[in-house]
Ligand binder design. Structure first.
Ligand code: HXC
Ligand code: NAP
Length: 281
């Protein structure tokens, strides 16, 4: 089994010195891990989500664990006025933005025929419209810094994932924004890429989508025979945000132990009926 490695053994600790990052969804899960990795590598980091309490606690914890500077702001990425305000706070605090990580997202399992109109719209608004809103608000600062955007995508839409029509559609849209922003903003020196994690253990995403009793069967469909760790995603984020990524733009990086090759993680080898059972629907 291929074990995850410690980020600090891979990149130099001052790789991102002098950079400022703005990370949505940075108070929990994968994007908290990314925020911490950026801090460990010398960046100053602003984390944003709806719950000021959550991001404030996370910022204090990560400043302590890394010795870096982490600042918390609250914003609902669906609301442009919230986003503009949070970006202005970040720029006032640290003087600019070099790295934007669009990680805020929502997801839950529900068959399309039972999904309310508002449920579908909610996930599209958080994942897709939120990515547009935050990217647009950060654009003037990224243009100034010749910065970079990392969109946190998924592999759900490669084949379409049952019970996740909202999130699959939203992430397909996010991948399209990655390409269009890369085309439009490349001439300003802004690089735009996305990372598509596979199922990552100890995250809200996996707790919502893969009940523990099904994990073992699921892992059989991952060529590397394990779930991912938050650390696995951090490596890719540091790589892309650093000068190693200087000529990479408009690309999507799948970090999933090879599971996208088995068709679709959540379909293979389960039938939709089994998935309904798993989700108790
Ligand atoms: C059916 C549901 C539902 C559920 C909410 N809704 N949860 N429908 N099953 N489990 C419906 C509600 O009834 C409502 O529709 C609409 O969705 C909006 O719900 P609210 O609770 O009002 O929305 P809001 O407070 O804005 O919260 C957003 C949320 C919530 C997405 C619903 O779960 C959330 O805050 N999530 C953030 C954390 C999260 O989801 N993390 C996982 C990311 S993982 P009606 O019609 O009743 O008004 C991820 C993994 C991807 O993205 C890939 C993994 C491999
Ligand atoms: P998570 O911990 O639930 O992270 C989602 C974050 O988004 C939360 O911190 C939440 O904070 C924030 N958020 C939700 N709605 C928001 C809104 N409207 N405005 C601002 N912030 C909002 O989930 P995770 O599992 O680590 O997922 C992180 C990212 O990885 C997501 O983009 C997800 O799609 C992607 N991903 C995850 C997996 C996985 O296996 N976990 C796999 C593939 C892709 P608040 O509640 O405080 O707002």
């Amino acid at each position: 089994m291929a074990a995850p490695v410690d980020t600090t053994t891979v990149f130099l600790p001052d790789t991102l010195k002098g950079k400022v990052a703005f990370v949505t969804g940075g108070g929990s899960g994968i994007c908290k891990g990314i925020a911490e990795a950026l801090l460990k590598h010398g960046a100053k980091v602003v984390i944003a989500s709806r719950s000021l309490d959550r991001v404030t606690k996370a910022a204090e914890e990560m400043a302590k664990s890394t010795g870096g500077e982490c600042f918390a702001v609250s914003a609902d990425v669906r609301k442009p006025e919230d986003v503009e305000k949070a970006v202005a706070q970040a720029v006032e605090k640290f003087g600019g933005i070099d790295i934007l990580v669009n990680g805020a997202a929502g997801n839950f399992l529900v068959p399309a025929e039972n999904m309310s109109y508002n449920a579908f719209r909610t996930v599209i608004e958080i994942d897709l419209i939120g990515t547009f809103n935050v990217s647009k608000a950060c654009f003037p600062h990224l243009k100034k810094s010749k910065g970079t955007i990392l969109n946190i995508s998924a592999t759900l839409h490669y084949n379409g994932t049952p019970l996740q029509s909202h999130a699959s559609s939203a992430k397909a849209g996010v991948d399209t924004l990655t390409k269009v922003f890369a085309l439009e903003w490349g001439p300003y020196g802004i690089r735009v890429n996305s990372i598509a994690p596979g199922p990552i253990s100890e995250t809200a995403g996996i707790e919502r989508l893969l009940p523990k009793e099904y994990a073992k069967g699921y892992i059989r469909a991952v060529p590397l025979q394990r779930l991912g760790s938050i650390r696995d995603i951090e490596h890719m984020a540091v790589f892309l945000a650093s000068p190693s990524g200087n000529w990479i733009s408009g690309s999507n990086f799948v970090v999933d132990g090879g599971s996208w090759l088995t068709g679709n993680s959540f379909q293979y080898p389960d039938s939709i009926e089994r998935m309904r059972k798993m989700a108790k629907l």
